[in-house]
Ligand binder design. Structure first.
Ligand code: KIV
Ligand code: ZN
Length: 502
C-alpha cells in the first residue's frame, strides 16, 4: 500500500480566492482542524504577500506541532527570505517555491526565456536549500509546458536540493489520462527522480480536479495538494475530502491510502464553510446534506435490505453523526459537555460556560434543541471577534411605513445609541449601526439566511459579506429572531472590517 501525503493549501490557494479571506484567529482555527485531521503538510500562506500573511504563517508555524508547515515563495531572494523567516520556527518547516514553465507564462507573464527560467530555478532552489532541508519546487502551469523542457527544470531543481517536485495543473486544463502520462514521463526521464517525492496540484476549471489528482497518484505522485471543500482560485482546487475518501474507499484499485483521520472530515468542512460564509451544496460529495440521503423508494428498499446496495461509504466514517435530539431545558452542564465531546468538540472551561449559557437561553425559546443547534452555537461562539457588541435593538417596519431602527451598542465602557431609517428593517438597522460605528468605506456584497435545523422556532443563521479594498469580511449572526441574527451578522462583519483597518 502506497502512503500518499496530503498537502493542504486551504490557507493559501483557498484563502486567496475571492470571498474566502480569513482573519488571523480564523486561520489558526482552520490550522488546528487540519492538524487534528492529520494532514501531512499545511501551506499556511504566502509570507511575502502582506504583513498579515506573514504574521499568520508565522503564528501557525509556532502553534502546529504535528504537520510540516510551508510558505509559498516565488523564485526570488526576497520571497524566499520572507518564507523562511515565517516558517523557520516550525517543527518541520518547508519553503515552497515556484516558477512557471509553460511557453505562455514564460513569454507573457515572466518575460523570460526558457534558459533564464532554468538558471533561475537552479539558483533559487539552491538559495532556499541553504536555509532549509525541506524544499518543494513547483513548475507552474506544468500541464501546458513542454515536457522535455520541464524535465530539464526538474532535474536542475533536484540537483540543487529540492526534495519535493510539484507538477500543477494550474488552469485545470488537463484530463486524467493526460496528467497520469505527464507524471510517468517526467518521473521516467529525470535522473534521480526516485530521490524526491512528486506532488500534484489540480484546479477544477473543467470539473476534473479530483479525477486528475487521483490519476496523478496512479502516475507516481506521492503527495496530493488539495483544500477543504475544494475552495481555491476560480473553480477551486481538488477537494481534500473527496480525494481522501476516494483513496480510502477504493484502496483495492489505487493501492494507496493517507494518514488522514477521516472521522474529522465533517467538522473541518463545516468550520471552513462557516468561516467563509458559505454552506455545502446539497449534493456535494462526502459533506453535502444529501450525500448519504436515500429518498427514492427503490434505494430505501435496497439500503434497508443491505446498506452496501447503495452506500459505498458510511456517514460515520467521515464524522457525520446521527442527529439525536437528546438535550432540553432540564439537561445539566455535564450532559451538555458529554454531548459536545461525542460531537467532537473539546472546549476550554470558559468556552464551555459561555456555550452552556447560550444553550440554556435557547432552551427557553425553542422546544427541542438538537445537535445541529448545539453545533451552530459552539462554532459561532468560537469565532466572534472583539469590537462593538449589541445591547438592544428596536425595529418598526410594515408594508405602509418607512422602516426605522434604534440600535444601542457597547464599545468598551461606552454605550452609544442611534436611530436610522431604511428600506426595510435590516437596512434600517445597518444604517443605525453605521451611524454609531462610522466604519471604513465598504460595499454590502452578500446577505444569506438559512435555518439551522427544522421547525418554525428554529434558529436563523445569517451570513453577511462586506467588501472593502478587494477584501471580503464575513460576519455571522445566530438567533431564533432573524432580525437579531441579521444585526449580529452585520456587526460581526463591521468589527472585522474595523479590526483589519486599524
Ligand atoms: O496553481 C498553481 O500552479 C499554484 C502554484 C503556486 C503551486 O497554486
Ligand atoms: Zn493553485
Amino acid at each position: 500500500m502506497k502512503q500518499i501525503k496530503i498537502f493542504d493549501t486551504t490557507l493559501r490557494d483557498g484563502e486567496q480566492s475571492p470571498g474566502c479571506s480569513m482573519n488571523l484567529a480564523e486561520k489558526i482555527k482552520v490550522a488546528k482542524r487540519l492538524e487534528s485531521l492529520k494532514v501531512d503538510v499545511i501551506e499556511a500562506g504566502f509570507a511575502i504577500s502582506s504583513k498579515g500573511d506573514f504574521e499568520s504563517v508565522n503564528t501557525i508555524a509556532k502553534e502546529v506541532k504535528d504537520c510540516t508547515v510551508a510558505s509559498l515563495a516565488r523564485a526570488t531572494v526576497g520571497d524566499i527570505d520572507a518564507a523562511y523567516e515565517a516558517v523557520k520556527c516550525a517543527v518541520d518547516p518547508r519553503i515552497h517555491l515556484f516558477i512557471a514553465t509553460s511557453p505562455l507564462h514564460m513569454e507573457y507573464k515572466l518575460k523570460m526565456t526558457p534558459e533564464q527560467v532554468l538558471e533561475k530555478t537552479a539558483a533559487m532552489v539552491k538559495y532556499a536549500a541553504n536555509y532549509c532541508s525541506n524544499v518543494e519546487f513547483s513548475c507552474e502551469d506544468a500541464t501546458r509546458s513542454d515536457y522535455d523542457f520541464m524535465c530539464k527544470v526538474v532535474d536542475a531543481a533536484i540537483k540543487n536540493g529540492a526534495t519535493v517536485i510539484n507538477l500543477p495543473d494550474t488552469v485545470g486544463y488537463s484530463s486524467p489520462a493526460e496528467i497520469k502520462a505527464m507524471f510517468e514521463y517526467v518521473i521516467g526521464h529525470v535522473e534521480n527522480s526516485d530521490k524526491v517525492e512528486f506532488s500534484t496540484h489540480c484546479h477544477n476549471d473543467l470539473g476534473m480536479a479530483v479525477a486528475n489528482a487521483l490519476a496523478s497518484v496512479q502516475g507516481g505522485a506521492l503527495q496530493v495538494e488539495c483544500t477543504i471543500n475544494g475552495i481555491g482560485e476560480r473553480a477551486g482546487n481538488a477537494s481534500l475530502e473527496e480525494v481522501v475518501m476516494a483513496l480510502k474507499t477504493r484502496r483495492d484499485y489505487y493501492g494507496a491510502d493517507t494518514r488522514i483521520d477521516t472521522t474529522r472530515i465533517a467538522r473541518a468542512s463545516k468550520t471552513v464553510y462557516k468561516i467563509i460564509g458559505q454552506s455545502a451544496p446539497l449534493n456535494k460529495p462526502i459533506v453535502g446534506k444529501n450525500a448519504f440521503a436515500h429518498e427514492s423508494g427503490i434505494h430505501q428498499h435496497g439500503v434497508l435490505a443491505n446498506k452496501l446496495t447503495y452506500e459505498i461509504l458510511t456517514p460515520e466514517s467521515v464524522g457525520i453523526t446521527e442527529n439525536k435530539m437528546v438535550l432540553g431545558k432540564h439537561s445539566g452542564k455535564h450532559a451538555f459537555e458529554a454531548r459536545l465531546k461525542e460531537l467532537g468538540y473539546e472546549l476550554t472551561p470558559e468556552e464551555l460556560l459561555s456555550a452552556f449559557e447560550q444553550f440554556k437561553a435557547l432552551c427557553d425559546k425553542k422546544k427541542t434543541v438538537n445537535d445541529l443547534d448545539i453545533e451552530a452555537l459552539v462554532s459561532h461562539d468560537a469565532i466572534d471577534t472583539e469590537g462593538y457588541s449589541l445591547v438592544r435593538f428596536d425595529v418598526h417596519a410594515g408594508n405602509h411605513t418607512t422602516a426605522t431602527s434604534t440600535i444601542k451598542l457597547a464599545h468598551g465602557d461606552e454605550v452609544i445609541e442611534d436611530v436610522a431609517l431604511g428600506d426595510g428593517p435590516v437596512d434600517a438597522a445597518c444604517n443605525a449601526i453605521d451611524k454609531i460605528v462610522c466604519p471604513p468605506e465598504h460595499t454590502f456584497d452578500v446577505y444569506t439566511i438559512n435555518s439551522v435545523s427544522e421547525g418554525k422556532d428554529t434558529m436563523g443563521e445569517v451570513m453577511v459579506k462586506l467588501k472593502a479594498n478587494d477584501k471580503t469580511y464575513t460576519g455571522r449572526g445566530l438567533s431564533t429572531d432573524i432580525l437579531e441574527a441579521s444585526i449580529l451578522a452585520y456587526l460581526n462583519a463591521i468589527n472585522k472590517l474595523n479590526a483589519a483597518n486599524k
